[in-house]
Design a protein. Structure first.
Ligand SMILES: Cc1cc2nc3c(=O)[nH]c(=O)nc-3n(C[C@H](O)[C@H](O)[C@H](O)COP(=O)(O)O)c2cc1C
Length: 171
């Protein structure tokens, strides 16, 4: 994959995240890693000077195995795939790393960087550095119907805001 500047990115984040989905991956070769499918998240700019830092927000429920890796590691990746890998993403979003090597079962190839992991089959990878973690809280919901709809078990997501520090695209 080749490195590009974040300013060269051309995509619709709503389509990319919500419709194509992404793999959220934390961990590395030495310490182990885990990945899960995510379709909720944001890309934008926050903090810093001169327009803000390029940032990504991901939302992880407490019961995900990936969460332990997100909490332990400083870096993580968001990987986006060509359409043909949708089935693999479906698999990784319905099986847990608690139960075994789901990456091998999904047929994806991990690529290990310095403190992070992504996948050889990805068309786009955002390497992120964790800046801020906080749970979504019940009192924060102005529209309470979202609680009934998305959190009947009150398992509110943790929000992870990361600085996008590297952008890799299929070369
Ligand atoms: C299309 C799709 C989108 C998903 N989006 C999210 C998400 O944004 N946040 C989340 O916590 N779980 C999400 N999930 C569920 C996790 O991917 C799923 O529970 C996964 O098995 C967790 O794996 P793990 O236990 O190995 O971390 C999604 C699943 C699918 C299929």
């Amino acid at each position: 994959m080749k490195k590009i500047d974040v300013s060269q990115l051309q995509m619709n984040p709503m389509e990319l995240i919500a419709k194509e989905w992404m793999l959220l991956t934390a961990g590395c070769e030495e310490r182990g890693y885990n990945t899960m499918t995510a379709s909720w998240g944001h890309l934008g700019s926050l903090w810093g000077h001169g327009g803000g830092l390029p940032t990504a927000v991901a939302y992880v429920r407490p019961q995900r195995y990936t969460k332990a890796f997100m909490d332990r590691e400083e870096l993580y990746t968001l990987s986006f795939f060509p359409q043909e890998y949708k089935k693999a993403l479906g698999y990784l979003g319905s099986h847990s790393g608690w139960d075994g090597d789901k990456v091998a079962a999904a047929g994806l190839t991990p690529v290990f960087g310095e403190g992070y992991t992504y996948f050889a089959e990805a068309k786009l990878v955002l390497v992120c550095r964790k800046l801020y973690v906080a749970p979504l809280v019940e009192e924060g919901f102005v529209d309470k119907s979202i609680i009934d709809e998305c959190y009947p078990g009150k398992d509110f997501h943790d929000m992870y805001i990361g600085q996008i520090c590297e952008v890799l695209v299929k070369g």
